[in-house]
Every structure is written in C-alpha cells, then in structure tokens.
Design a protein around this ligand. Structure first.
Ligand code: HEM
Length: 418
C-alpha cells in the first residue's frame, strides 16, 4: 500500500513507532504523544512491511481524547474484526493465527458482538460485582497479610501483591474450584508473558497454555450444563440457544477474561503503588481519607493498555486526515489520558481528580471494558488493605518494565517495608 502523505512532524525521528516494544520497555513516549497531539493528532506511522503481523506498511496514530472517543463509538466506520483489536503481533505470526483471535469478543463486530456481549454482561452487573465484594475484601487482606508475614526487609511488590487479586477475582467470578486455581494461574501467566524474552516462554508454550484454558473452560461449561450450580458459568451456558453461550464460546470467553482482566489490573496496581511511593503527599492523603476517586486516577495514571486498534470500513475523515478504507487506526489511550484539552495538569497524579473522564477502560462504544467495575473494586480493596497493613512501604529501586507492544507493564517493583 502506498504510504499516505506524511504530515509535517519534524520532531519525531524517522522510523519512530509508538508500538515499538523496545521503546515501551524503556518508557511510555509521553513527550512524543504531546508533540503529535499538537502538530498532527492523527499521524501516519510508517512501519516496515509485515512487522506488526499485518499485510500493510503502517497505521494512523490517533492521539487526541476526542478522536479516540469518536473512533470507539463508531463501529460501523471502524471495525474491530477486520484485523482484530491488537495493534501489533509478532512478525512471525501467520494470518491463520490472527484469524483464530477473532473467536474472542474483543475482536468481533456487531451483530455477532452484540449477541455475545448481551449474554456475558449478565455476569458483570453491578449486583454481580457487589456479590463478590466481601469475598474479594477477605482475599485482598489475606494477600497483603501474607506479603507482610513472608518476611524480608525488601521484596518484589509485583509477584507478592499485585498479581494475586486479579487472578483470584477471575477464578472467583467464574467459580473455578479451589483445587484447580493453580492450573489457571499457571496457564494465564504463560499466556501473557511470551512477548518478553526474559520469561523464556516461546509462542508455542503460550499457545499451548491458551488451548489448555479453552479446554478446561469447555469442560467446566459441559459439567455445569449437566448439573447447574448457582454460579455465572451455569447462567451463561444453561441452555444452548440464542440467549446462551455454546461450550466453545464460553471457552474463548474465559481466555479473554484471563488476558483482559489479569495483566491490566495487575499493572494498574503496580503503577498505582509506584505512583503513591513517588508522590508521598498523595499516599498520606490516601491513608487519611481513602477518597473514592483514587482508583480511577490510578487507572488514568497507569493506562495499562497503551493502545488497541480498529480498521476503517470506508474512506473517512478523522482529525483533519483522510483515512482510507482498510487503513489501520491505533487508539492511543495513554495519549488521550494526558490530553490537556480534557485534563487540567494531566502530568499531576491527583487522587481527588473529579471529574475524571479518562479512557483507560476504552473510549466508550460497544467494546467498553466489561470488567471496569470489578477492576475499580479490586484496586480499591487492595490499596485499602495495603494502607491498613503496610502503610510505611518505601521504594527500593526503579521499576523494571515489561517488553510489550501495547501494554504498559511493570514486571518488578522492589519495595522496603517501613
Ligand atoms: C485496570 C484494569 C483494566 C483495564 C485498564 C482494562 C482495559 C480495557 C480496554 C481498554 C478494553 C477495550 C475497550 C474498547 O475497545 O473500547 C477492555 C475490554 C474488555 N475488558 Fe477490560 N480492563 C481492565 C480490567 C478488566 C477486568 C478485571 C475484566 C474482567 C474480569 C475485563 C474484561 C474485559 C473484557 C471482557 C473486554 C472486552 C469487551 C468487549 O469486547 O465487548 N477487563 N478492557
């Protein structure tokens, strides 16, 4: 495909790419986002052919809050299905492997998406989340108490605290029996980690783990269908007709939960802890007043999902640019969440920020994060528990960042108690 005319953007070096995993391993490119928002808010980012796994030579980087919302709320113009919502796969991925990803709801368009979403959102009503609250509060307290009891002056906050509640919440939500939880944890971790060479997990091991989760979930669905219990699985699969999920649809839904609900929330918690420890006034304020606005500011500040993508279904004008049918469009939530047109002093971590119309959970529209209220609850519960039990934590080193094309991840955060 010929490269559309490059807007005048003298400040960004040639070849600069907001989805470069090496760049995201070192930092979130906030200065470059700021320049792009100012000078060319919808900017063509050229890529070497095929580097992201797609048969094209780049994507449009959408950097302003307003434009990210526009694309998110117009699925008829911008498809999640054509090239999936993932902005960059490995260079070595085949088109067939990309096509398989379309089995998950994140990568569907209406009307298929509408049908599946209507079914699964039964499990995520505010009532359903409230019904988990007591169990999750107990778990959050137990996680922090265990981190405290394990000893050692200095420890890794990510592995000891941040990873636990998101995994336990998903297991709780879908009613995975206690004895099977360690399997789910192991598979989820393998599936999420293959982008980072440090974990030495090959794509094959990641794919194998995904397959194991799907088949485990399909078996769980079959068992609940035969013998319904009072849990969400039974509700989602009860009778296989228009209003319910088939066993394999349920299998792919569990895969999505394991990815979408796990690393995202873990990273929000890790970034939140880092933000508190580098902004002691905000930590003191939190410990004193526990403002209900804190969790949303943590998500804005962290923006664990840097970007997802859409593909234009027709020629369309966006932020003054002509986007052609078939062009990929990257929604940079990290940039939108720092747009000074919307946020006063976006560079300030302010746990009392209100209103806080951040796009960390998406820009609205049909794919808006299904687990938002669960995630906010988890963040709230874990920081309450930390403030109660480990109020004097201090930073013991710089965070070590994850290598990923679209996640703002921390893989290690050393902290010292009191
Ligand atoms: C801080 C934590 C989280 C963040 C930052 C986050 C972020 C996102 C984003 C950006 C999207 C895409 C929105 C769009 O395309 O418009 C999304 C979708 C989704 N999220 Fe979350 N998420 C989080 C936690 C969770 C949790 C805890 C769950 C469930 C256990 C979950 C389940 C989902 C699902 C199922 C979708 C797909 C929805 C659809 O395609 O209709 N997320 N999330």
């Amino acid at each position: 495909m010929p490269c559309p005319e490059l807007p005048d953007l003298p400040d960004l070096p040639r070849g600069f790419d907001f989805t470069d995993p090496d760049l995201l391993q070192s930092r979130v490119p906030h200065p470059e986002f700021a320049r792009t928002r100012r000078t060319a808010p919808v900017w063509w980012c050229a890529q070497p052919a095929g580097i992201a796994g797609f048969a094209d030579e780049g994507y449009w980087a959408v950097t302003r809050h307003e434009d990210v919302k526009y694309v998110s709320t117009h699925p008829e113009l911008f498809s999640s299905n054509t090239n999936t919502a993932v902005i960059r796969f490995n260079e070595s991925i085949s088109r067939d492997q990309i096509e398989v990803q379309k089995m998950i709801m994140l990568n569907m368009d209406p009307p298929e998406h509408t049908r599946v979403r209507q079914i699964v959102q039964r499990g995520f009503t505010p009532r359903a989340v409230r019904s988990l609250e007591d169990a999750l509060r107990t778990r959050a307290r137990a996680i922090v108490a265990a981190a405290d009891a394990e000893g050692g002056e200095t420890f890794d906050f990510v592995t000891r605290v941040a990873v636990e509640l998101p995994l336990q919440a998903i297991a709780e939500l879908i009613g995975v029996p206690q004895e099977d939880r360690s399997k789910i944890f192991d598979w989820s971790n393998k599936m999420a980690a293959y982008d980072d060479p440090e974990y030495a997990i090959t794509e094959e091991v990641g794919a194998e783990a995904a397959l194991e989760i799907v088949s485990y979930a399909m078996n769980l669905a079959a068992a609940r269908k035969a013998c319904p219990a009072k849990d969400i699985v039974s509700r989602l699969v009860a009778a296989e007709d228009e209003g319910n999920l088939s066993n394999d649809e349920f299998g792919f839904f569990v895969i999505l939960l394991a990815v979408a609900g796990n690393e995202t929330t873990r990273n929000a918690i890790s970034h939140g802890m880092h933000a508190f420890l580098t902004h002691p006034d905000q930590w003191e304020l939190y410990k004193r007043e526990r403002p209900a606005t804190a969790a949303e500011e943590i998500v804005r500040w962290a923006t664990p999902v840097v970007s997802f993508q859409r593909t234009a279904t027709q020629d369309v004008e966006l932020g003054g640019q002509r986007v052609k049918k078939g062009d990929r469009v990257g929604l940079f939530y990290s940039s939108a969440n720092n747009d000074p047109e919307v946020f006063d002093e976006p560079e300030r971590f302010d746990i009392t920020r209100d209103p806080n119309p951040h796009l960390g959970f998406g820009g609205g529209g049909p794919h808006f994060c299904l687990g938002k209220s669960l995630a906010v609850k988890e963040i709230d519960l874990i920081f309450h528990a930390i403030a109660d039990t480990l109020p004097d934590l201090r930073l013991a080193g710089d965070p070590r960042r994850l290598r990923s094309a679209w996640l703002n991840g921390i893989k290690e955060l050393r902290v010292t108690r009191g």
